[in-house]
Design a protein around this ligand. Structure first.
Ligand code: C2E
Ligand code: CA
Ligand code: CA
Length: 400
């Protein structure tokens, strides 16, 4: 008969929960009552400790060594919550590679100090992410990420980050509408590191916060300089990550930068991605605060994230950036064209201006014109370039 799995168990005073040497596949959390942990050597019992509500026991057998190293008896009537091995395993597997690496080091140490023989398969199983990686790959990745993290921290100190600026053209006037600031990392040995190679880790480790702060300051300083040379007002688009948005000093920092550099908030456009909007009321508050302070808000990579459109009525934003993925196929694929058309129509109905990203060819531009899209960004008009090169677009008349 297969044994039924229970998620809580009760024991009467004096009952044995498990005995030394038993196979163990679960740990216990004490809900009520007390238990005694003891070892037996040549029929002599030696108490180790007494545990009460909220405490956990039996975890060693679950994490690693299969056999119970001590016995446990209820000292009074006790109610226990059972924690099975898979519940722990799945949590450990979901954790950061560095945490998994540390656990593996600790387990190996524990085994050698207890002189426990154990098959390494359980360690592998425990530490692999379920994606078929082995222990060595996990360790390698963890160490690489730590090095990358160290490099990012050094780069922040050494100011090895630079901004490139990509022109965004106003299709109605044929003039420059503004620039998007895109971060680049000039690494002394890794070379030019693309943002997608380090922003993910920076986001995970919160290093995006100091990087983002530097980006905001640099972009606003440059906007102030550029604006002086330009015959009309332009905006600066700055990407803001989810982690950065949640920093409590975000608006104080930004207002400090605006004050120091003398740029107008209405010329600073904060680009956030759709994904952030699932934060619900937090995102609403954040966007409302932007409005109060006079900043513009653009919804980046529109159409790629979450499919619910209901939030568009809740969030008070200025621009929708139609993602490159739609634009790329807009000339040859009828479905992409229909999608861009619908997005443009919807944006107009909601009184949001539209920016099409990733325009590389004239045909794509023509479709955007037919669809009355307001702004164009893409290699057709200019790649992201260092400040000195990007400013040549300032007073240009762009081909339409
Ligand atoms: P994004 O915000 O969607 O930025 C647009 C990306 O599309 C840029 O890639 C840009 O170089 C690229 N692009 C622009 N026009 C074209 C085109 O015509 N064809 C093609 N194939 N690509 C084009 P980039 O600079 O590699 O940036 C990648 C992403 O990294 C950005 O995507 C943004 O999400 C993130 N990022 C860049 N800088 C920052 C930053 O300062 N802070 C934050 N939080 N994220 C940033
Ligand atoms: Ca962007
Ligand atoms: Ca984008």
């Amino acid at each position: 008969m297969s044994q039924e799995r229970l998620f809580s168990k009760t024991y009467a005073s004096g009952d044995i929960v498990f005995s030394q040497g038993d196979e163990g596949d679960c740990a216990y959390i004490i809900e009520t009552g007390r238990v005694e942990v003891f070892v037996v050597d040549r029929e002599v019992e030696t108490p180790i400790t007494t545990l009460g509500p909220g405490e956990i026991f039996g975890e060693m057998a679950v994490i690693d060594v299969g056999k119970r190293s001590a016995s446990v008896r209820a000292l009074e009537d006790a109610k226990l919550t059972v924690v099975y091995r898979e519940q722990l395993y799945s949590r450990i597997r979901e954790s950061d590679a560095i945490v998994r690496l540390l656990i593996s080091v600790l387990l190996k140490r524990m085994r050698s100090s207890l002189a426990v023989e154990s098959d390494f398969n359980s360690l592998d199983l425990l530490l692999s992410s379920g994606s078929g990686e082995n222990l060595q790959e996990i360790q390698q990745k963890a160490v690489e990420n730590l090095r990358l993290e160290r490099d990012i921290m050094e780069a922040i100190e050494a100011e090895h980050f630079v901004l490139n600026y990509q022109p965004i053209v106003n299709l109605h006037t044929g003039k420059l509408g503004g620039y998007e600031a895109l971060v680049r990392w000039n690494h002394p040995t890794r070379g030019r590191v693309r943002p997608d190679m380090f922003l993910g880790l920076a986001e995970e480790t919160s290093l995006i916060v100091p990087i983002g702060l530097w980006v905001m300051r640099q972009a606003c300083e440059d906007l102030a300089k550029i604006q002086k040379e330009c015959d009309h007002e332009i905006f600066m688009s700055i990407n803001i990550s989810g982690r950065q948005m949640m920093v409590s000093s975000f608006f104080d920092d930004l207002m400090g930068i605006v004050k120091d550099t003398g740029v107008k908030p209405q010329n600073v456009k904060l680009e956030i991605t759709e994904r952030i909007l699932v934060e619900g009321s937090l995102a609403v508050d954040w966007i409302n605060r932007c409005r109060e302070l006079g900043f513009l808000v653009a919804l980046d990579d529109f159409g790629t994230g979450y499919s619910s459109l209901s939030y568009l009525s809740e969030f008070d934003i200025d621009n929708l950036k139609i993602d490159q993925a739609f634009i790329r196929k807009v000339t040859e694929d009828h479905k992409s064209r229909v999608l861009v058309e619908v997005l443009a129509l919807m944006a107009r109905g909601l009184k949001l201006s539209t920016i099409a990203e990733g325009i590389e060819e004239k045909d794509q531009l023509q479709i955007c014109q037919e669809l009355n899209i307001d702004y164009i960004q893409g290699y057709f008009y200019g790649k992201p370039e260092p400040y000195e090169d990007a400013i040549r677009h300032l007073n240009a008349d762009f081909e339409r």
